[in-house]
Design a protein around this ligand. Structure first.
Ligand code: NDP
Ligand code: MG
Length: 394
């Protein structure tokens, strides 16, 4: 029986992971589930899959979780110590599905056990890609991509020589505002941004899809995960979200990965790898779909993409600064403190300031430097907002 742990079990990815695990009783032993504020769901999941340990990352919810699981025999823990306990218990397969840079440390700890880390938490690759990759190789662990585009690339590369890859193309739906006039974007609300045309996901990644900060992070993710040079990674707007990624080889062949917009495919691929197990996802009827559309992204509409290219050129601590500034800007947008288009200005301004004052292209990165940069970038992004350094994009 494979021992599995899920970080972020109560989120969108976590719930899809539980769904797949629950469909195969007897195949998995659930070591630990972690969640945040959704105590009722966490307790329900823990009972459903008979987890040995349930953890909320918020210490103040310990008593609630304890009460919700009383009589179940399931161990309960909370706060940073609880998260550390979940990470310390050995598992063969760990799902990293916390949202934000908070997912970095659990992911790094999981790699120390040498098993498989199924990585949905793209922020950890953007923030500390080289650290994760080297931790995996030091401990004989494996990282499998769960982001749908990266799972698609991974699958297209099976049996191929990486040296023959000419380019990688990831697709983007264009998000909630793809067809809005540019001038209208300044007034877009968080509620409007949090509606995805095709995918059902958590609130933050859905808003990041509207701004394409999600795709920007995915560009960096391709760079870090597959070691592809930035000028060989392209983005295509594909409103149907059925082709997830394409890999172009030196003989001109382009291998596309298609599937319905259902994360249980990518999660299930990572869960069952190296086997391809049957999965409860819809089958595409291409004759009914009839046509697929593609276009180049408009840089004026999606400035986040150029910011990601700047981060890839810089390397070092630029990813940590970029991710933290983006998280701060997103918090400010959700709280109604800045407009939709100002998010990119906040990130750009923060990168400008930090490049001047500390230099971001520090080759010798380590966890302490990354965490320090994460904190500093949030402070600088906050100052940029306070001092109103960030006007709407024209
Ligand atoms: P959700 O917001 O739906 O879920 C996030 C999970 O993390 C919840 O379990 C939440 O707990 C928990 N959590 C939130 N903050 C913290 C924290 N500070 N410390 C510990 N746990 C925390 O996110 P998604 O499932 O949408 O996304 C998860 C990750 O997967 C993200 O990195 C995202 O970019 C990536 N991803 C998601 C996809 C999707 O389809 N959703 C697709 C591809 C990648 P609670 O809700 O109980 O408070
Ligand atoms: Mg994706």
């Amino acid at each position: 029986m494979r021992r599995v742990t899920i970080f972020g079990a109560t989120g969108s990815i976590g719930q899809n992971t539980i769904d797949l695990i629950a469909r195969r009783p007897g195949a998995f032993r659930v070591i630990a589930l972690t969640g945040g504020r959704n105590i009722a769901l966490l307790a329900e999941q823990a009972r459903q899959v008979k987890a040995a340990l349930a953890v909320t990352c918020h210490a103040e919810f310990y008593a609630d979780l304890k009460a919700a699981l009383s009589g179940s025999g399931i161990a309960v823990a909370a706060g940073p110590a609880g998260m550390a306990e979940a990470a310390a218990r050995p598992a063969d397969w760990v799902m990293s599905a916390i949202v934000g840079a908070a997912g970095l440390q659990p992911g790094l700890s999981a790699l120390e056990h040498g098993g498989t880390l199924a990585l949905a938490n793209k922020e950890s690759l953007v923030t500390a890609g080289p650290l994760l990759i080297s931790a995996a190789s030091t401990h004989g662990a494996r990282i499998l991509p769960v982001d749908s585009e990266h799972s698609a690339i991974f699958q297209a590369l099976v049996g191929e020589d990486p040296a023959t890859v000419e380019r990688v193309v990831i697709t983007a739906s264009g998000g909630a505002f793809r067809d809005w006039p540019l001038e209208a974007l300044a007034k877009a609300t968080p509620q409007q941004a949090a509606v995805h045309p095709n995918w059902a996901m958590g609130q933050r990644i859905t808003i990041d899809s509207a701004s394409m900060f999600n795709k920007a992070m995915e560009l960096i993710e391709v760079r870090e995960f597959f070691g592809i040079a930035p000028d060989r990674i392209e983005v295509l707007v594909h409103p149907e979200s059925l082709v997830h990624a394409l890999v172009g080889f030196r003989d001109g062949a382009l291998m596309a990965h298609l599937g319905p917009p259902d994360m249980r495919h990518a999660i299930g691929y990572a869960l069952n790898w190296p086997e391809r197990a049957e999965l409860p996802v819809a089958r595409l009827d291409l004759a009914r779909i009839g046509r697929l559309n593609f276009s180049a992204p408009d840089p004026a509409r999606y400035p986040a993409l150029d910011l990601a290219r700047r981060v890839m050129r810089s390397g070092g601590l630029a990813g940590a600064a970029f991710n933290a500034a983006k998280e701060h800007a997103l918090d400010a947008f959700i709280a109604g403190r800045i407009g939709f288009r100002q998010m990119a200005r906040v990130v750009e301004h923060t990168l400008d300031i930090l490049s001047d004052e500390s230099g971001l292209a520090d080759a010798a990165i380590d966890l302490d430097k990354i965490l320090a940069m994460d904190r500093l970038a949030r402070i600088r992004a906050g100052e940029a907002i306070e001092k109103q350094k960030v006007n709407d994009l024209r």
